[in-house]
Design a protein around this ligand. Structure first.
Ligand SMILES: [Zn+2]
Length: 576
């Protein structure tokens, strides 16, 4: 019933990404676990972290998050389950627990599981002074949760999905996107029309005017607004979605009402526990947690079609700008070398190679371009840092399919170009430093769509060898994650799917598809401290830019880098 019904046992940090001063600190509290059950709580807390790290957009944000587990023992196991509720299905059980958890809080809704919020916040503050989110795990198999000043969830099947939904309320002020209290079939009659009052939540609205819609930024011109309307406001709208999953529009039925309120996508975790967060909800989460991120994704790209301007921007897709006076006919390349460094082939028929560095003053401004003397390409360069030097490699001009490279040291000045012996490409190479060597991969010459690799020790290149069973009609990309070298590439000819493989220093794994993504140009890989990031432009006719992340096992779903596009591969760099 109160803090006299248990005690605080101790605190363990179970995810550490740096000082709590700079990170988003989540505190997990145990409720209704007896002392002998705290081992189970440790498992339940770890299950929460595992699920969080696989749930977009958190999968892109885990570097920003610390998680602490506070073991609190209770005299009894479980939670109060009052008989008196609208459905009268409770057992009447009471449990002597530290945070006094109860189902049917307020006597209306069985699934509403709450705790003493003030006690939970006090314990969190005492144990983890820089806590930013408190989540209470209630040791009960009954279904329930809530998302007030703390998020609460039980151990019912799919319990962690309840937690993620409740965190949507507690941490991100997201509204429920479902259109009922008790259920669509409950016969409730007070859910027909939403009051004409706009909600503060970013994911529900009473407006269906596309020009003023809160999330109009995400609505494509070809999407009808409203996207669905409910023909019978006495019931939940039974119609299936008329648009593909992931389409942002305005769908009627939200915020506990059948009519008069709209949600951004047909489905979302704020509507259905088993679904992912919709685009609007994902961006709200990303903007808030991203503030705590040690990572910045940096993009650079050529414009669409005949637009040969170079654009650059950061992961926050509102930070984009056109780099005046810089132009390219192909994809630029980015690397971290005394700050953000970019190189590219000139625009139109200009086959020179140019470079620029980002000013550190605001992280958005670039120096005027410089020319790399005595070199030229008809495609574009690749960059990597190896043995404290910047390495650049490129295909020659026009019919010259040889691959050349040069270096630059921190003091400035480029070495004369050298030729990589006995290799050639009709597109462009990729570079990455791995296990003390500089690796290069490339597509073969002309109709040879196989992918070749070699490596360099600072003096000599090994003879080329094929990457078994891998092929591309464009060019591959490289990056290192932990103890493996990863390569990603577009398939051959009409195959617009993306593939990846990895190399341990001896052999390449069989290629595997990257699920649910596609490109007609290829992709860029970039390494973060614990995951890879990939960026690409869409399949022919779709110049939109996309990105995703890979944790060594799992590729997250693609995210659209809004507001721009490219007809070439965007360059990607992750700084941290
Ligand atoms: Zn949503």
């Amino acid at each position: 019933m109160s803090t006299s019904d248990g005690s605080i046992v101790g605190t363990t940090q179970i995810l550490n990404n740096g000082s709590p001063i700079y990170r988003y600190n989540i505190v997990l509290l145990s409720e209704g676990y007896q002392n002998s059950q705290l081992g189970q709580f440790a498992n339940d807390a770890q299950a929460f972290v595992n699920r969080l790290s696989r749930t977009p957009p958190f999968h892109l944000l885990m570097n920003s998050i610390n998680v602490f587990r506070v073991d609190v023992s209770s005299t009894d196991s479980g939670a109060d389950d009052p008989m008196a509720c609208t459905d009268a299905t409770g057992t009447g059980a009471t449990a002597r627990t530290y945070f006094d958890a109860t189902f049917c809080s307020g006597g209306q809704t069985r699934r509403l599981l709450t705790v003493n919020d003030a006690t939970a916040l006090q314990v969190a503050a005492a144990q983890v002074p820089r806590y930013r989110l408190v989540v209470v795990i209630v040791n009960s198999p009954l279904f329930g949760g809530s998302g007030g000043s703390v998020a609460v969830y039980s151990l019912a099947a799919g319990a962690v999905e309840i937690a993620l939904h409740e965190i949507g309320h507690t941490a991100f002020a997201l509204a429920d996107e479902y259109e009922y209290y008790l259920g669509c079939g409950s016969g409730e009659t007070d859910r027909n029309n939403h009051p004409p009052v706009e909600q503060a939540a970013p994911n529900v609205t009473i407006s269906s005017d596309r020009n003023t819609l809160k999330w109009r930024r995400y609505v494509l011109a070809g999407t009808n607004v409203p996207t669905t309307t409910n023909a019978n406001c006495a019931v939940c709208d039974p119609q299936a979605t008329p648009v593909p999953a992931g389409t942002v529009g305005a769908f009627e039925g939200a915020d506990y009402y059948h009519c008069g309120a709209f949600r951004p996508e047909f489905d979302c975790k704020m509507r259905t526990l088993t679904r992912g967060f919709c685009r609007v909800c994902r961006d709200v989460i990303r903007r808030k947690i991203g503030y705590y991120s040690p990572l910045t994704m940096r993009f650079a790209w050529k414009g669409v079609g005949s637009d040969q301007n170079i654009y650059a921007g950061r992961g926050n897709d509102q930070d984009q700008n056109k780099l005046s006076d810089l132009g390219t006919s192909h994809a630029p390349a980015l690397v971290n070398f005394s700050g953000t460094f970019m190189a590219w082939k000139g625009a139109f028929g200009d086959q020179g190679i140019y470079y620029s560095r980002q000013s550190h003053i605001d992280g958005m401004t670039w120096e005027p371009q410089h020319s790399v003397p005595g070199v030229g390409t008809s495609t574009g360069p690749a960059l990597a840092v190896f043995q404290n030097k910047l390495y650049m490699a490129w295909k020659g001009i026009g019919g010259d399919q040889g691959i050349y490279f040069t270096t630059r040291d921190f003091g400035g000045g480029w070495a004369p170009q050298r030729n990589v012996p006995n290799v050639g490409t009709s597109t462009r190479p990729a570079l990455a430093a791995f296990q003390g060597r500089l690796y290069m991969v490339w597509k073969g010459i002309g109709g040879d769509q196989s992918i070749w690799f070699s490596s360099f020790d600072g003096n000599t290149w090994r003879p080329q060898a094929p990457v078994p069973n891998a092929g591309t009609s464009t060019y591959p990309s490289l990056a290192v994650l932990r103890d493996r070298l990863y390569m990603a590439w577009k398939g051959i000819e009409g195959d617009q799917s993306m593939w990846f493989s990895s190399f341990d220093g001896n052999s390449w794994r069989p290629q595997a598809p990257i699920p649910n993504v596609g490109s007609s140009t290829g992709a860029s890989l970039a390494a973060g401290p614990d995951r890879l990031f990939m960026a690409w432009s869409g399949i022919a006719g779709d110049p939109s830019l996309y990105f995703t992340a890979f944790d060594g096992n799992f590729w997250g779903p693609q995210e659209n880098y809004l507001g721009t596009g490219s007809s070439a591969v965007p360059a990607l760099l992750v700084t941290f």
